[in-house]
Design a protein around this ligand. Structure first.
Ligand code: FEO
Length: 401
């Protein structure tokens, strides 16, 4: 195995020893059509240190990559920057094989690992700002609560200017390329944005605080090594500035019209609204939830300023596939959106009330009257849809800085 799986050198003292998951297509509800990686890193210090582990089925791959550098039994320390199972699931199995001198996690990490692994007495808590000597170099810890779990922390290897950032700055992308400069910038931006929209978005306030906290340390960071996707080494401002932009959630001149349809009536209305928005100079994404996965909808919302949602009524509610997308979206807390609601119905029309309530719960500012129709829209209703689109466009433009 060691001959098949090789470690990849990341910096003078650090190797990538993670695993590539070519097959994963769903990550707790987030579509991952391009797979993922679970990144673990080996620090070849006096005290040989493993930063994070991998999803359990990939443990042997990780151990083989470690073995291409050093006998895994030589590992002295393991640091768990994040307790989620894709990084900790095999932690105790690895520990039983490697028998490290010590295992470290944040204070919350020790608690969370205890709840996940049901054994944490061997794990030592480290505090925010604590420094761990690895003999000939130091590892510094920074709590990054809620990016994206309460236990999350960064570790910084000053000697190599390398920040181990766990999930932050990551992406779900399976490749043999391990570095940002080996991949196209537009692909990196798309995958990082999709990851941000589907994982990090609700914690944007914590992102802004953490970026300030890191800047205040004066750390001379040259490399950011996340737990998924490529290592950033080319131009760190590329991903840091994207994170600042996404975290600020400023309204943009883009509208997402997302809808479900039964007999194409709501679809006719959606198209009329989208045409109107486009005529007003707004960039529009028209998404039928039967075609667009919830992850794609969130990607499109990330840099939008308006959300217009439509659904027919089925059994006194919005269509179930629309409820799926809206529930997912509500949990990810997109901010600073204007919006409106539309849809067709046969008898009672509860889908409109469902959608209005959902937008209100998401703090979307409803700026146009709801347009609804019994059965099939005629020219008068389509004209109302056109006016709805125009109203949303006008209100959105007022909010653009
Ligand atoms: Fe990659 Fe939050 O786990």
């Amino acid at each position: 195995m060691a001959d098949i799986y090789q470690a990849i050198k990341v910096s003078e003292h650090v190797y990538w020893v993670g695993a590539i998951d070519w097959a994963i297509r769903d990550f707790h509800g987030y579509a991952t059509p391009h797979g993922s990686t679970y990144n673990a890193y080996l620090v070849m210090a006096d005290k040989i240190t493993l930063i994070d582990t991998v999803k359990t089925p990939f443990m042997d791959e990780m151990l083989a990559r470690i073995a291409s550098v050093v006998d895994p039994s030589k590992i002295d320390y393991i640091v768990s920057n994040h307790s989620e199972q894709d990084h900790s699931g095999c932690l105790l199995q690895v520990a039983s094989l490697v028998r490290p001198e010590k295992i470290f996690a944040s204070v919350m990490g020790v608690k969370t690992l205890g709840e996940i692994l049901h054994e944490n007495h061997s794990i030592q808590p480290v505090k925010d700002g604590e420094v761990l000597s690895l003999g000939n170099m130091d590892l510094k810890f920074m709590e990054t609560r809620m990016i994206h779990w309460p236990d999350s922390m960064f570790s910084y290897l000053e000697k190599d200017g390398l920040l181990f950032s766990q999930d932050a700055f990551g992406m779900h992308l399976a490749t043999f390329e391990r570095f940002d400069d080996e991949l196209a910038a537009d692909m990196l931006e798309y995958e990082a944005a999709t990851y941000y929209a589907n994982i990090v978005l609700p914690f944007s306030g914590s992102v802004l605080k953490t970026l300030e906290k890191v800047a205040a340390t004066g750390w001379a960071i040259k490399i950011i090594a996340p737990d998924h996707g490529p290592v950033w080494r080319k131009d760190l401002s590329f991903i840091i500035n994207l994170y600042k932009k996404w975290a600020l959630q400023k309204p943009a001149g883009k509208a997402v019209v997302v809808y479900a349809t039964m007999w194409h009536s709501t679809e006719m209305m959606a198209k009329a609204i989208a045409e109107s928005l486009a005529q007003e100079g707004i960039r529009v994404r028209l998404l039928n939830v039967d075609d667009a996965h919830r992850s794609e909808v969130l990607y499109e919302i990330l840099e939008a300023g308006a959300l217009i949602a439509g659904s027919p009524t089925l059994n006194n509610h919005m269509m179930p596939q629309m409820a799926d997308v809206m529930t997912y979206m509500k949990g990810l807390k997109p901010a600073n959106l204007v919006g409106a609601v539309f849809g067709s119905f046969g008898w009672s029309g509860e889908s409109l009330k469902d959608l209005e309530a959902m937008l209100q719960a998401m703090k979307v500012e409803i700026v146009a009257d709801t347009v609804s129709v019994r059965h099939v829209p005629g020219a008068d209703v389509l004209q109302k849809c056109h006016e709805l689109g125009k109203t949303v466009a006008v209100e959105l433009k007022k909010r653009l800085s």
